[in-house]
Design a protein. Structure first.
Lengths: 401, 122
């Protein structure tokens, strides 16, 4: 068995998710009522029996550190297992990380301490369920220096992804970031292979390439510098996500924009979501506080506490209001005569009497006053909130209304 | 005139390198440990560094990382009698490795080679 170490890049700013990323890095953004985005990657590691994990943080990391400390204290240090968040330590030099490759170079001593055979480099920004063991087996079998996780996408989306060009034997022969004219899959002129932000490296090669990169004029970025350099001189292969996809639905989401984030959450309240959270063999671990079970109360004409096609978390009380097609995080309260539709309410949100909320994401600890309407007059909403092109309103964390 | 920074904690050796390299026509800066080396790097702007590994205050490996962080492209020769250094990943950041000796022929050759290479890349 190869000794593997996972390093999760958890410093993503997630600019296009603003204001959800105003106070937290993208991997710490809440998703699916009780999870954070990074939980999916970390759970994949645990289920793949990779239990030595570092999360490299940098930007607005307090929220993430707290989440990992409280929610991920599940491994056994006596068995050599750990999940540890490493802030940018400026161990080697006094500057902040200059790029994703620099983040690893700056942690070269950490790698050295562990001396793994293989290093999994994972983005903490994506939502998917994957058995990394399948990819590691592939990496070993191909005698690869680097294996890149790849998912088929329609050609027209090429400008959103790092696009991998392969030959018939899965060897990577080209890589372009967000190309307009992408190289398509051999025998599939409408398909491209997108990089999933999942990499398996043989340790020595990775360290050598990181050092070479650190000693050259480069932007010190994995996608722009390290991968293209390795394609030229090393054995780089692409691993088809379908061979390691736990869900079997090809589900992998970047949730890089508010609209994508909204859509991915809304998928979860459909009858058969593409992302299955109910697989007993593959639970997604997270931090959960000890809240009482959700409840719905009041049964009067026009004052029914109801929730339909929705996710309710612990601590929620639907008291004489109605909730439809919505995702409610812990401790959300919806008061009498209030209506919530197609919305995402994060922890501790309180919807006052007769308020009406539609197609809105409300971040933590916001109290919506009685009678307020959000999502019904977008021009009016845009004066106070973020409103996306497709009309999703976002109320930032803790906003006083 | 090319400027060489010699980082070496043993005084006798430091003097030897200083004399021999000056005789080769180089300007020589010296430092007694990694911390002084970083100071010299900033103040003296050397063209190449000859770096010992086992030193007090700050050893050569730590200095190597910091030097690379500041001056990505400066050629660095690890000059050591300590054989285990290759175990340390950071040692791979050096451009050349020379076993410490009173005979400086090999070291002088490497210095010439690296300075020539550096000149070409400009």
């Amino acid at each position: 068995m190869m000794k593997a170490l996972a390093m999760v890049l958890a410093g993503g700013r997630g600019e296009r998710l603003y204001p959800l990323t105003r106070d937290r890095a993208k991997p710490a953004v809440p998703f699916g009522a009780i999870y954070r985005i990074i939980d999916f990657t970390l759970s994949n590691c645990i289920h793949s029996e990779i239990r030595r994990i570092y999360a490299l943080t940098q930007y607005k990391s307090t929220s993430l550190h707290r989440h990992i400390q409280f929610g991920w204290n599940i491994l056994s240090a006596s068995l050599g297992e750990f999940i540890e968040a490493i802030p940018a330590q400026q161990r080697i030099d006094e500057h902040w990380y200059q790029g994703t490759a620099d983040a690893f170079f700056q942690n070269i001593y950490t790698i050295q301490q562990e001396r793994p055979d293989l290093i999994l480099i994972l983005s903490g920004d994506h939502i998917y369920k994957m058995d990394y063991r399948k990819m590691i087996d592939f990496h070993v079998e191909k005698e690869a220096d680097l294996t890149v996780g790849a998912i088929r996408m329609e050609k027209r989306h090429s400008r959103e992804f790092g696009v991998i060009q392969v030959d018939e034997g899965d060897q990577v022969i080209g890589f372009e970031e967000k190309p307009e004219e992408p190289k398509t899959i051999p025998g599939d002129p409408e398909g491209i292979l997108a990089s999933m932000g999942v990499y398996v490296f043989s340790t020595e090669i990775l360290v050598r390439r990181l050092i070479e990169d650190a000693r050259s004029d480069s932007t010190h970025d994995f996608g722009k510098d390290i991968i293209p350099a390795m394609i030229k001189k090393d054995r780089v292969f692409a691993f088809d996500f379908r061979k390691g996809d736990r869900g079997g639905m090809g589900y992998w989401r970047d949730v890089g924009t508010i609209d994508a984030y909204f859509g991915a959450n809304m998928d979860l309240v459909s009858v058969t979501p593409q992302l299955n959270l109910y697989d007993p063999q593959w639970p997604i671990f997270t931090y959960q506080s000890s809240d009482p079970p959700a409840k719905t109360v009041l049964e009067e004409e026009g004052r029914m506490g109801t929730a339909i096609n929705s996710i309710l978390s612990n601590g929620c009380i639907i008291s004489g209001g109605s909730v439809k097609r919505s995702v409610l995080s812990p401790r959300v309260v919806v008061h009498s005569y209030a209506e919530v539709e197609d919305s995402i309410l994060l922890e501790g949100v309180d919807i006052g009497r007769r308020a009406k909320i539609r197609r809105t994401i409300i971040d933590k600890d916001v109290q919506i006053p009685p009678e307020m309407r959000i999502g019904y007059d977008l021009d009016e909403d845009a004066k106070r909130f973020t409103v996306t092109g497709s009309g999703i309103v976002v109320v930032p964390k803790g906003m006083r209304l | 005139m090319k400027k060489i920074l010699v980082v070496e904690d043993e005084e006798g050796l430091r003097l030897l390198y200083d004399e021999e390299l000056k005789a080769e026509g180089y300007e020589v800066l010296t430092a007694r440990n990694g911390r002084e080396a970083i100071q010299q790097l900033e103040e003296g702007k050397p063209d190449l560094i000859v770096l010992d590994i086992v030193m007090p205050v700050m050893d050569g490996m730590e200095a190597l990382g910091r030097i690379v962080g500041k001056e990505r492209k400066i050629p660095i020769i690890l000059n050591t009698s300590y054989p285990g250094y290759r175990e340390d990943f950071m040692s791979w950041a050096a451009d050349a490795y020379v076993t410490k000796s009173a005979d400086l022929t090999e070291l002088k050759e490497k210095i010439r080679e690296l300075l020539e290479k550096k000149g070409k890349n400009r």
